[in-house]
Write a protein that binds this ligand. Structure first.
Ligand code: CUA
Length: 163
């Protein structure tokens, strides 16, 4: 039994080192208990911003049992950096029909870079069990053609399609 445990631990250590496994972003820490008190993930910052270089940054807070904002508005064909933080438990998120899929671990910022090529509505469910309301935790991602996205507005404030 001891030998089996030692071998399995060895496999884990070896594969972690060999593949360079790490949390699903560059390691960037944040105090998850004070997100609402200000800083990058304060409420007015949540949603989509257009940066000076023309790319988009989307900031989302995951909390039991919702994403804020609950409807993410992004332009198609534009480089997007999604930055997520959890206010409580471990959550996960994926964007249906895309390769966006990551965990959101309290204490860390999850960063995912992508370009959505197809416009349309995508579901963004939480895919890590996070409590009794887990199955009701999801958001929509609305990908619109670049000429339908409010670029000027999003240079000055966070935009979303949340109701
Ligand atoms: Cu959040 Cu499951």
């Amino acid at each position: 039994m001891t030998a089996i445990i030692v071998v399995m631990l060895g496999v884990i250590v070896f594969t972690s080192a060999h593949w360079g496994l790490h949390p699903p972003s560059q390691v960037e820490t944040i105090d998850s208990t004070s997100l609402h008190k200000g800083g990058e993930f304060s409420e007015s910052n949540l949603g989509t911003w257009i940066t000076p270089d023309g790319s988009a940054v989307v900031r989302i807070v995951a909390q039991q049992y919702a994403f804020v904002p609950n409807c993410v508005l992004v332009p198609a064909g534009v480089p997007i950096t999604m930055r997520l933080a959890s206010a409580d438990a471990v959550h996960g998120f994926l964007v249906q029909d895309t390769n966006v899929n990551a965990m959101i671990v309290p204490g860390y910022v999850t960063t995912v870079r992508t370009i959505f090529t197809q416009s349309g509505e995508r579901l963004m469910p939480c895919h890590e069990f996070c409590g009794v309301g887990h199955q009701a935790m999801w958001a929509n991602v609305r990908i619109v053609d670049a000429n339908n996205f409010p670029f000027d507005e999003a240079r000055g404030k966070a935009v979303s399609c949340a109701q």
